[in-house]
Write a protein that binds this ligand. Sequence first.
Ligand code: ADP
Length: 592
Amino acid sequence: MTDTPPCGTPTDGGSSAPSEHPAPERLYQLLVESIQDYAIFALDRTGRVVTWSAGAARLKGYARTEIIGRHFSVFYPPEDVAAGKPERELEEAVRTGRVEDQGWRVRKDGTRFWASVVITALYDEMGTLVGFAKVTRDLTLQRNETEALRESEARFRLLVESVRDYAIFLLDPEGHVATWNAGAERIKGYHAEEIIGRHFSVFYPAERVAERFPQYELEVAAREGRFEDEGWRIRKDGSRFWANVVITALRNSTGELVGFAKVTRDLTERRAAEEQARRLAAEQAARSEAERRGAELQLLSEQLEEQAIELEHQREEAQTLSEELEQANDQLQRALVEANDARRSAEAEAARAAEASRAKSDFLATMSHELRTPLNAIAGYTQLIDMGLRGPVTSAQHEDLERILRSQTHLTSLINEVLSYARLESGAITYAVRPTPVTAAAENAEAIVEPQRAAKEIDLDVQLPHGEGAPPIQVLADQDKLQQILINLLSNAVKFTPKGGRIVLELLTEPERPGMALIRVSDTGIGIPADKLQAIFEPFVQVGRSLNSPGEGTGLGLAISRELARGMGGDLTVESREGRGSVFTLTLPLAV
Ligand code: ADP
């Protein structure tokens, strides 16, 4: 080891003679050679490279042949070289035996890396400086990590310091304030220099301090890692604020407690806002409830009012109704009284009428009888004289006697008809209705008008269908009444038909009037004015006859005839044309 430093022998790739047990120096050389992560090489006393290792080649980029003999200052950045740093380091190594440095170094390709360098001065046994051993390590990666950590810490500190809404600070394990941020200053009112080093119990109200609550918080945080609390805290000026506090225990990698992080928030405003909100909500709820109640009450009162109005209406209606009922009742009562009165007076009237009618009938019957007796006497004595039983009768006297007899006859028939009509009116007539052949009544009537017909040379044609073997048509009638009607119709026809005229009496049926027989009396006489066609059926109506011109007839014949026809379930109608003649139709039910 005289001229050769321990690791100074140029390595030639192990070309020395192999041996099963190489010498320790050789082993040492191999060791240095093989280390990849460190550049380990030797410099001579002037700083020139004399050995090179695989690690050095890898780290710095130079091959052995390129670097051996060159000054080690090539590994330094130009500014360091210019500042004489390489020489200074060697001098220091000579002076102190060893120099350590961290700094930028330069690779062959010009790139830099952060290096940890140890330079050791090498001496021989005589104490003569023979050179330097240099061990270089690339710390770039490590440095980067450290730098990143440092930066992130700086950023974090900056961040924490600039946070204004939270007081974020560190306590040492005993609870003394170690750091302070803007938020802490803002919330608690202390400047950093005023508070750092003081115990954090200054932030607590006296009673809590007395309870040792701050210590309790730290104990819990230390035990459980974290403690959170909300409560009153004190500012520097003594005022209170409502705070949310989180205390976190900080431990190092070995688990040793190094302090606490404390984050405090001022919740005074939030609490006030919350209370305000709560109060508002409560007020709102109370108001809503009151309004709801009010509305309910309002509704209820409206309903009550409506019901009251309704009841009032109903009461009024009931009142009105009862008044109306009363009125109606009164009216009914009155009407009932009136009706009773009316009924009574009607009954009385009817009784009176019946009485009067009966009296009239009685009177007429008596009168007729009383009149007929002297009339019969008149007729008898007139005929006696006319027959010359009381002495000779001149022709003039004879004519007079005839006039007396005619008047007597007329008066008798007049009285008979008046009597007959009176009995009809009073309902005293009874009908003996039975199937009756028209033939007999027609023949009797024909016989009765025969003298007048013959005198006026009127042609009378009676057409009653009676075919051989065929039974004669029968009607439901009272034979005497039927005969009385036919006499009236035929005598009128003769009376109102001029000389030489023609009368037809026929019996027929018509399909449109089933169940009825039609007995028709037609004449070619003077006819009846249209406006008198109904009047002639009224009693005492005679066309063209005034009270000053009394003549034949009573004006009762047609009135009686129609009453009789209707009394037997039939009718009597007329059709006529003035100057041409008239047609009277008597209908009666057919007897089947
Ligand atoms: P009277 O024949 O006794 O006057 P009626 O009641 O029988 O009473 O007749 C009433 C009137 O009807 C007659 O006065 C006459 O004017 C009219 N009259 C009745 N029958 C005929 C007839 N066949 N032709 C024209 N006029 C008639």
